[in-house]
Design a protein around this ligand. Structure first.
Ligand code: IPE
Ligand code: IPE
Ligand code: MG
Length: 249
Protein backbone atom coordinates (compact mmCIF):
# COMPACT_ATOMS: atom_id res chain seq x y z
CA UNK A 1 0.00 0.00 0.00
CA UNK A 2 1.44 3.37 -1.02
CA UNK A 3 -0.31 5.26 1.76
CA UNK A 4 0.92 5.17 5.33
CA UNK A 5 -2.17 5.21 7.54
CA UNK A 6 -0.36 6.21 10.69
CA UNK A 7 1.49 9.03 8.96
CA UNK A 8 -1.84 10.21 7.58
CA UNK A 9 -3.23 10.19 11.14
CA UNK A 10 -5.80 7.48 10.39
CA UNK A 11 -6.73 4.13 11.89
CA UNK A 12 -8.02 1.31 9.69
CA UNK A 13 -10.77 0.32 12.16
CA UNK A 14 -12.16 3.86 12.15
CA UNK A 15 -12.46 4.16 8.38
CA UNK A 16 -15.89 4.06 6.74
CA UNK A 17 -16.86 0.97 4.75
CA UNK A 18 -18.88 2.99 2.29
CA UNK A 19 -18.20 6.58 1.24
CA UNK A 20 -20.61 8.46 -1.03
CA UNK A 21 -19.56 11.67 -2.73
CA UNK A 22 -21.56 14.45 -4.38
CA UNK A 23 -18.81 15.69 -6.70
CA UNK A 24 -19.95 19.30 -7.03
CA UNK A 25 -18.34 22.53 -8.20
CA UNK A 26 -16.81 21.61 -11.56
CA UNK A 27 -18.49 24.49 -13.34
CA UNK A 28 -17.57 27.11 -10.75
CA UNK A 29 -14.00 25.83 -10.65
CA UNK A 30 -13.74 26.58 -14.37
CA UNK A 31 -15.67 29.85 -14.31
CA UNK A 32 -13.48 31.21 -11.52
CA UNK A 33 -10.53 30.75 -13.91
CA UNK A 34 -12.35 32.26 -16.90
CA UNK A 35 -12.52 28.81 -18.52
CA UNK A 36 -15.48 27.06 -20.17
CA UNK A 37 -17.44 24.78 -17.82
CA UNK A 38 -16.51 21.62 -19.69
CA UNK A 39 -12.89 22.06 -18.59
CA UNK A 40 -14.16 21.86 -15.02
CA UNK A 41 -15.72 18.50 -15.82
CA UNK A 42 -12.45 17.40 -17.40
CA UNK A 43 -10.49 18.31 -14.27
CA UNK A 44 -13.24 16.73 -12.18
CA UNK A 45 -12.55 13.41 -13.91
CA UNK A 46 -8.88 13.68 -12.93
CA UNK A 47 -9.87 14.36 -9.32
CA UNK A 48 -12.12 11.30 -9.40
CA UNK A 49 -9.23 9.13 -10.60
CA UNK A 50 -7.07 10.27 -7.68
CA UNK A 51 -9.83 9.79 -5.13
CA UNK A 52 -10.56 6.26 -6.39
CA UNK A 53 -6.86 5.48 -6.04
CA UNK A 54 -6.73 6.86 -2.50
CA UNK A 55 -9.88 5.00 -1.42
CA UNK A 56 -8.43 1.84 -2.95
CA UNK A 57 -5.12 2.30 -1.10
CA UNK A 58 -7.04 2.83 2.13
CA UNK A 59 -8.94 -0.42 1.49
CA UNK A 60 -12.34 1.26 1.57
CA UNK A 61 -14.71 -1.49 0.38
CA UNK A 62 -17.23 0.77 -1.37
CA UNK A 63 -17.18 4.23 -2.97
CA UNK A 64 -20.26 5.75 -4.59
CA UNK A 65 -19.96 8.90 -6.69
CA UNK A 66 -22.72 11.10 -8.06
CA UNK A 67 -21.79 11.82 -11.66
CA UNK A 68 -25.06 12.89 -13.33
CA UNK A 69 -28.47 13.45 -11.81
CA UNK A 70 -31.94 13.06 -13.28
CA UNK A 71 -32.19 16.86 -12.89
CA UNK A 72 -28.97 17.52 -14.82
CA UNK A 73 -30.90 17.02 -18.10
CA UNK A 74 -32.09 20.59 -17.51
CA UNK A 75 -28.60 21.94 -18.31
CA UNK A 76 -27.55 23.45 -21.65
CA UNK A 77 -27.42 20.74 -24.33
CA UNK A 78 -23.72 21.22 -25.11
CA UNK A 79 -22.80 20.56 -21.47
CA UNK A 80 -24.97 17.41 -21.40
CA UNK A 81 -23.39 16.24 -24.66
CA UNK A 82 -19.91 16.74 -23.22
CA UNK A 83 -20.71 14.72 -20.09
CA UNK A 84 -22.25 11.89 -22.17
CA UNK A 85 -19.21 11.77 -24.44
CA UNK A 86 -16.91 11.78 -21.43
CA UNK A 87 -18.56 8.88 -19.65
CA UNK A 88 -18.13 6.73 -22.75
CA UNK A 89 -14.51 7.79 -23.22
CA UNK A 90 -13.47 7.42 -19.59
CA UNK A 91 -15.13 4.05 -19.04
CA UNK A 92 -13.51 2.81 -22.26
CA UNK A 93 -10.17 4.16 -21.17
CA UNK A 94 -10.17 2.89 -17.57
CA UNK A 95 -12.17 -0.35 -17.78
CA UNK A 96 -9.09 -2.58 -18.05
CA UNK A 97 -7.15 -0.72 -15.35
CA UNK A 98 -10.08 -0.93 -12.92
CA UNK A 99 -10.45 -4.59 -13.68
CA UNK A 100 -6.75 -5.27 -13.12
CA UNK A 101 -6.99 -3.57 -9.74
CA UNK A 102 -9.80 -5.97 -8.83
CA UNK A 103 -12.34 -3.10 -8.66
CA UNK A 104 -15.96 -3.89 -9.46
CA UNK A 105 -17.85 -1.11 -11.22
CA UNK A 106 -21.58 -0.81 -10.68
CA UNK A 107 -23.62 1.91 -12.36
CA UNK A 108 -26.85 2.97 -10.67
CA UNK A 109 -29.59 5.10 -12.16
CA UNK A 110 -32.17 5.00 -14.90
CA UNK A 111 -30.60 3.55 -18.04
CA UNK A 112 -33.56 2.99 -20.34
CA UNK A 113 -33.38 6.48 -21.82
CA UNK A 114 -29.62 6.75 -22.23
CA UNK A 115 -28.11 6.63 -25.72
CA UNK A 116 -26.97 3.27 -27.10
CA UNK A 117 -23.26 4.05 -26.78
CA UNK A 118 -23.64 5.08 -23.12
CA UNK A 119 -25.69 1.95 -22.38
CA UNK A 120 -23.14 -0.22 -24.18
CA UNK A 121 -20.13 1.13 -22.32
CA UNK A 122 -21.93 0.74 -18.99
CA UNK A 123 -22.76 -2.86 -19.81
CA UNK A 124 -19.21 -3.51 -20.96
CA UNK A 125 -17.48 -2.14 -17.85
CA UNK A 126 -19.93 -3.83 -15.48
CA UNK A 127 -19.52 -7.17 -17.25
CA UNK A 128 -15.73 -6.92 -17.34
CA UNK A 129 -15.47 -6.15 -13.62
CA UNK A 130 -18.42 -8.10 -12.20
CA UNK A 131 -16.37 -10.72 -10.33
CA UNK A 132 -13.92 -8.26 -8.78
CA UNK A 133 -13.77 -8.15 -5.02
CA UNK A 134 -11.27 -5.58 -3.71
CA UNK A 135 -13.52 -2.54 -3.93
CA UNK A 136 -16.87 -1.58 -5.46
CA UNK A 137 -16.97 1.70 -7.34
CA UNK A 138 -20.60 2.74 -7.73
CA UNK A 139 -21.22 5.43 -10.34
CA UNK A 140 -24.57 7.16 -9.96
CA UNK A 141 -25.39 8.20 -13.51
CA UNK A 142 -28.79 9.53 -14.49
CA UNK A 143 -29.56 8.80 -10.87
CA UNK A 144 -32.33 10.39 -8.83
CA UNK A 145 -33.39 9.11 -5.46
CA UNK A 146 -37.06 9.97 -5.90
CA UNK A 147 -37.13 8.00 -9.15
CA UNK A 148 -35.35 5.08 -7.47
CA UNK A 149 -37.90 5.02 -4.64
CA UNK A 150 -40.79 5.41 -7.08
CA UNK A 151 -39.53 2.45 -9.10
CA UNK A 152 -39.16 0.42 -5.91
CA UNK A 153 -42.79 1.21 -4.97
CA UNK A 154 -43.95 0.12 -8.42
CA UNK A 155 -42.01 -3.15 -8.25
CA UNK A 156 -43.34 -3.95 -4.78
CA UNK A 157 -46.91 -3.02 -5.75
CA UNK A 158 -46.74 -5.39 -8.71
CA UNK A 159 -45.56 -8.20 -6.39
CA UNK A 160 -48.59 -7.54 -4.19
CA UNK A 161 -50.89 -7.41 -7.20
CA UNK A 162 -49.54 -10.75 -8.42
CA UNK A 163 -50.15 -12.10 -4.89
CA UNK A 164 -46.45 -12.96 -4.51
CA UNK A 165 -46.27 -11.02 -1.25
CA UNK A 166 -48.85 -9.60 1.15
CA UNK A 167 -49.08 -5.92 2.09
CA UNK A 168 -47.92 -6.74 5.61
CA UNK A 169 -44.79 -8.42 4.18
CA UNK A 170 -43.52 -5.01 3.03
CA UNK A 171 -40.70 -4.19 5.44
CA UNK A 172 -37.74 -1.80 5.26
CA UNK A 173 -35.70 -4.82 4.08
CA UNK A 174 -38.09 -5.41 1.17
CA UNK A 175 -37.79 -1.77 0.19
CA UNK A 176 -34.01 -2.04 0.33
CA UNK A 177 -34.04 -5.13 -1.86
CA UNK A 178 -35.77 -3.08 -4.52
CA UNK A 179 -33.31 -0.20 -4.57
CA UNK A 180 -30.36 -0.01 -6.98
CA UNK A 181 -28.04 -0.17 -3.98
CA UNK A 182 -29.29 -3.56 -2.77
CA UNK A 183 -26.50 -5.60 -1.12
CA UNK A 184 -24.10 -2.67 -0.83
CA UNK A 185 -22.92 -1.78 2.69
CA UNK A 186 -24.74 1.12 4.38
CA UNK A 187 -23.34 4.57 3.54
CA UNK A 188 -21.18 5.60 6.50
CA UNK A 189 -19.98 8.94 5.18
CA UNK A 190 -21.41 11.39 2.67
CA UNK A 191 -19.07 14.06 1.33
CA UNK A 192 -20.31 17.04 -0.67
CA UNK A 193 -17.85 19.47 -2.19
CA UNK A 194 -18.29 23.09 -3.35
CA UNK A 195 -19.88 24.55 -0.22
CA UNK A 196 -23.48 23.58 -1.02
CA UNK A 197 -25.30 22.03 1.92
CA UNK A 198 -27.97 19.96 0.32
CA UNK A 199 -28.56 16.40 -0.81
CA UNK A 200 -29.86 17.19 -4.33
CA UNK A 201 -31.94 14.02 -4.66
CA UNK A 202 -29.04 11.67 -3.86
CA UNK A 203 -29.55 8.45 -1.85
CA UNK A 204 -32.40 9.79 0.30
CA UNK A 205 -33.16 6.41 1.86
CA UNK A 206 -29.55 5.24 2.08
CA UNK A 207 -28.33 8.36 3.90
CA UNK A 208 -30.73 7.87 6.84
CA UNK A 209 -27.86 7.31 9.30
CA UNK A 210 -24.81 8.52 7.37
CA UNK A 211 -22.38 11.06 8.71
CA UNK A 212 -22.45 14.22 6.58
CA UNK A 213 -19.32 16.16 5.64
CA UNK A 214 -19.37 19.37 3.65
CA UNK A 215 -16.33 21.18 2.31
CA UNK A 216 -15.97 24.44 0.36
CA UNK A 217 -13.38 22.87 -1.96
CA UNK A 218 -14.56 22.62 -5.56
CA UNK A 219 -14.50 19.03 -6.79
CA UNK A 220 -11.57 19.45 -9.25
CA UNK A 221 -9.39 20.60 -6.32
CA UNK A 222 -10.43 17.72 -4.05
CA UNK A 223 -7.37 15.48 -3.67
CA UNK A 224 -5.82 12.82 -1.47
CA UNK A 225 -5.31 15.25 1.41
CA UNK A 226 -8.91 16.44 1.17
CA UNK A 227 -10.14 12.86 1.49
CA UNK A 228 -7.81 12.16 4.40
CA UNK A 229 -9.08 15.31 6.13
CA UNK A 230 -12.70 14.14 5.68
CA UNK A 231 -11.79 10.71 7.05
CA UNK A 232 -10.13 12.24 10.10
CA UNK A 233 -13.27 14.23 10.85
CA UNK A 234 -15.35 11.08 10.32
CA UNK A 235 -13.20 9.04 12.71
CA UNK A 236 -13.95 11.54 15.50
CA UNK A 237 -17.71 11.40 15.03
CA UNK A 238 -19.76 9.60 17.67
CA UNK A 239 -22.37 7.50 15.91
CA UNK A 240 -25.21 6.64 18.24
CA UNK A 241 -27.93 5.19 16.00
CA UNK A 242 -30.59 6.32 18.44
CA UNK A 243 -28.93 4.80 21.50
CA UNK A 244 -27.19 6.68 24.28
CA UNK A 245 -23.42 7.17 24.16
CA UNK A 246 -22.42 4.42 26.60
CA UNK A 247 -24.35 1.73 24.70
CA UNK A 248 -22.10 2.13 21.70
CA UNK A 249 -18.82 1.92 23.59
C1 IPE B 1 -20.79 18.75 -10.63
O1 IPE B 1 -20.33 20.02 -10.89
C2 IPE B 1 -20.89 17.89 -11.86
C3 IPE B 1 -22.26 17.63 -12.33
C4 IPE B 1 -23.36 18.01 -11.75
C5 IPE B 1 -22.40 16.90 -13.58
P1 IPE B 1 -21.29 21.15 -11.44
O2 IPE B 1 -21.29 21.07 -12.92
O3 IPE B 1 -22.61 21.09 -10.80
O4 IPE B 1 -20.52 22.46 -11.00
P2 IPE B 1 -21.19 23.79 -10.43
O5 IPE B 1 -22.01 23.38 -9.24
O6 IPE B 1 -22.03 24.37 -11.51
O7 IPE B 1 -20.03 24.64 -10.04
C1 IPE C 1 -25.60 17.27 -7.85
O1 IPE C 1 -25.01 18.46 -8.22
C2 IPE C 1 -25.44 16.27 -8.95
C3 IPE C 1 -24.08 15.80 -9.21
C4 IPE C 1 -23.02 16.10 -8.54
C5 IPE C 1 -23.94 14.88 -10.31
P1 IPE C 1 -25.87 19.64 -8.87
O2 IPE C 1 -24.92 20.74 -9.15
O3 IPE C 1 -26.66 19.14 -10.01
O4 IPE C 1 -26.87 20.02 -7.69
P2 IPE C 1 -27.68 21.36 -7.41
O5 IPE C 1 -28.42 21.69 -8.66
O6 IPE C 1 -26.68 22.42 -7.07
O7 IPE C 1 -28.55 21.04 -6.25
MG1 MG D 1 -23.37 21.90 -9.10
Amino acid sequence: MSLDLKKAGLEQAKLPKHIAIIMDGNGRWAQKRGLPRYLGHQQGMRALGKVVETAFDLQIPCLTVFAFSTENWNRPQDEIDYIMTQIVKQFDRYAKELSKKNIRVKVIGEQAHLSADVKNVIEKVQELTKNNTQMTLVVAFNYGSKLELTNACQKIASLVQAKKIKIEDITPEVIEENLYTFALPPVDLLIRTSGEMRISNFLLWQLAYSELYFTDTYWPDFNQNSLIEALKVYSLRKRRFGKIGEQNE
